[in-house]
Design a protein around this ligand. Structure first.
Ligand SMILES: Cc1ncc(COP(=O)(O)O)c(C=O)c1O
Length: 399
């Protein structure tokens, strides 16, 4: 049996353990929800205080020329290095939902003669709703996949009129990883563009936006990038597409020479054209610090610990939970699994609430999943052990 001391021994051996000290964490809490909202970094706390007092408080309007205006692109470049994007292709702005809307519309405008958007029935709700809304507004058809395997995708696209294929790289439900490079090839062979949501992979597993041939992508910064609640999302558009990408929200900060205040919209050069309005400076500063910490640890090292935590979680779940009506709902192959482990149980909702009452924070996803989020810079093996043990204690005994 795996004991608590085994977990402590793994923690003692963990090359990333010092990173936990870089976060402000309530030590009485077992936090297994960094896949939803990452913790507060010490550097983020300090940077926010400094931006508020020294920049906003003292520089006031001068701050725009002293660096604020370039934050969407400079933070985008730094973030890009974590998702395999060379500089000049990523900006940080708006919510994931709005970024997704902008890039979906831009992609459709690049395939004006095609009438179909392909996506997955289990894609994250906001992506599905935006797809539905855009399809309704433009009179397009949506083809819903029942899974994101390469063969399913190929079948749905065969001889198709598909303009855009859009999927999540890592499933928010099961953490299953889609084969980005192969699916991009399938999309391109069918003449379609591929738009990815990398919210559940950015900062926690290697993402190869450039080398996988991805056309467009969006992602959150408040999960594994620890940018804070409501932090702006990011958009990626591959270099070759940038000159022809036209996003639909033509605001002044996406315009060439915005302070000329001229009549008529002309997009700015490059990735700046994806912007619309005033950047959220405080949140961008937080994202900048969150990204720096992940970059310092290195995505490969973060991924190695994420895999080790995932394997440990599944071994514990098999040992302690399987006889109590739980089933592991995430892929068992670590190469196919992102950084959370979902366990299914008929009473998942009530169990998740009871865990929270015992200061074990996980989350529930309807109808029957508890997600155990593994955030490698802060999650310890002992947190997983304590979380799974609490779940075992709370679960009703089987028949
Ligand atoms: C895959 C995915 N996309 C988008 C979002 C959220 O979008 P927004 O930041 O606009 O609320 C989430 C949030 O959990 C998500 O998991």
């Amino acid at each position: 049996l795996i004991s608590r001391s085994d977990a402590l021994a793994l923690d003692a051996d963990d090359g990333l353990r010092v990173f936990r000290e870089r976060f402000l964490i309530d030590q009485g809490l077992v936090y297994l929800d960094g896949n939803s909202l990452g913790p507060l970094g010490v550097g983020v706390d300090e940077r926010l205080r400094s931006v508020v007092r020294d920049e906003w408080g003292s520089r006031l309007i001068r701050g725009w020329d002293e660096g604020w205006l370039s934050l969407p692109v400079s933070v985008g470049d730094r973030l890009g290095s974590l998702v395999g994007a060379a500089p000049g292709q990523v900006v940080v702005a708006d919510s994931t939902t709005v970024c997704f809307y902008k890039l979906l519309c831009a992609a459709l405008d690049l395939r004006p003669d095609r009438r179909v958007i392909v996506t997955d029935r289990n894609n994250f709700p906001t992506d599905r709703y935006v797809v539905e809304g855009v399809a309704a507004a433009r009179g397009l058809e949506v083809v819903w996949l029942d899974g994101v395997g390469v063969d399913e995708v190929r079948e749905a696209m065969a001889g198709s009129e598909t303009a855009v294929l859009t999927l999540s790289h890592v499933s928010y439900r099961t953490a299953a990883i889609a084969d980005m490079a192969e699916i991009n090839r399938v999309a391109h062979a069918a003449g379609a563009l591929a738009l990815w949501d990398v919210s559940h992979s950015a900062g926690v597993l290697p993402v190869a936006l450039d080398s996988s041939g991805t056309d467009l992508a969006v992602g959150c910064t408040y999960k594994y990038l620890n940018g804070g609640p409501g932090a702006p999302a990011f958009m990626y558009a591959r270099h070759e597409l940038l000159p022809s990408v036209r996003q639909p929200i033509w605001g002044w900060l996406g315009r060439r020479d915005p302070f000329a205040m001229e009549f008529g919209y002309e997009p700015a050069e490059g990735v700046t054209a994806l912007l619309s309005g005033t950047p959220p400076v405080l949140s961008l500063a937080a994202v900048d610090e969150g990204v720096r910490v992940v970059a310092e640890a290195g995505v490969e090292a973060v991924r190695a610990k994420s895999v080790a935590l995932g394997e440990f979680t599944i071994a514990l779940a098999d040992e302690q939970l399987s006889e109590l009506g739980f089933a592991v709902a995430s892929p068992r192959d670590p190469a196919r699994r992102g950084s959370h482990v979902a366990v299914a149980h008929a009473d998942a909702k009530a169990l998740c609430a009871s865990l929270a009452d015992r200061a074990v924070i996980t989350d529930f996803r309807t109808p029957n999943l508890i997600r155990l989020g593994l955030s490698p810079l802060v999650t310890r093996f002992v947190d997983v052990w304590d979380g799974v043990s609490a779940l075992r204690e709370l679960a009703p005994m089987g028949d």
